[in-house]
Design a protein. Structure first.
Length: 175
């Protein structure tokens, strides 16, 4: 596995790196190709230690974020969450990876920090054609409430979102 580390308001120690590599190394058995992992550590106000882990392999993106008073506990919980996602979606993931189906974009579109709704970040990513079912799977893996994708049936760029009743909706523009 290839690792990329970053720390916000802190320096990433060798012991933190060793803990991540030990824990994430156990997930390699689920993948054929070598995954890439991006790990971001943050120290928030108070005693909160936040770990964000994003693993990318075969066009599938897995993401987990955890916070606690102990950075090592946050690492353990984030990796456990990733493993849970893998197990929960294993059949769908294996099918996509085995048939080498379409890659899925990742990343959220915008972050809002102030009530004035200033756009503070813009992310660009490739939008690949996929089915609504694949988009739901990818959205669940990322833990987001919405997901942008190109509908393979219509060719339109659509937004998949989670409704308040835990069902899904698709926004598809009329051109």
């Amino acid at each position: 596995m290839k690792y990329t580390y970053s720390g916000k308001a802190m320096e990433v120690s060798d012991s933190l790196k060793a803990r991540v590599e030990k824990k994430l190394g156990k997930l390699e058995r689920y993948f054929r190709d070598e995954p890439e992992a991006s790990i971001r550590f943050k120290q928030a106000k108070g005693a909160q230690n936040i770990v964000e882990v994003t693993v990318s392999v075969d066009g599938v993106i897995l993401r987990a974020e955890e916070s606690s008073n102990d950075m090592y506990l946050s690492i353990d919980r984030a990796v456990d969450k990733l493993e849970s996602q893998i197990r929960r979606h294993r059949t769908k993931l294996e099918k996509r990876i085995r048939t080498n189906e379409l890659e899925a974009p990742a990343e959220e579109a915008v972050e809002f920090e102030e009530p004035r709704y200033d756009v503070v970040r813009t992310k660009r990513f490739p939008v690949k054609p996929m089915s609504v079912e694949d988009a739901i799977t990818q959205m669940e893996l990322l833990g987001h409430n919405f997901f942008l994708f190109q509908n393979e049936d219509s060719g339109s760029v659509c937004v998949l979102y989670r409704r308040n009743d835990d069902s899904y909706g698709v926004l598809e523009p009329e051109v």
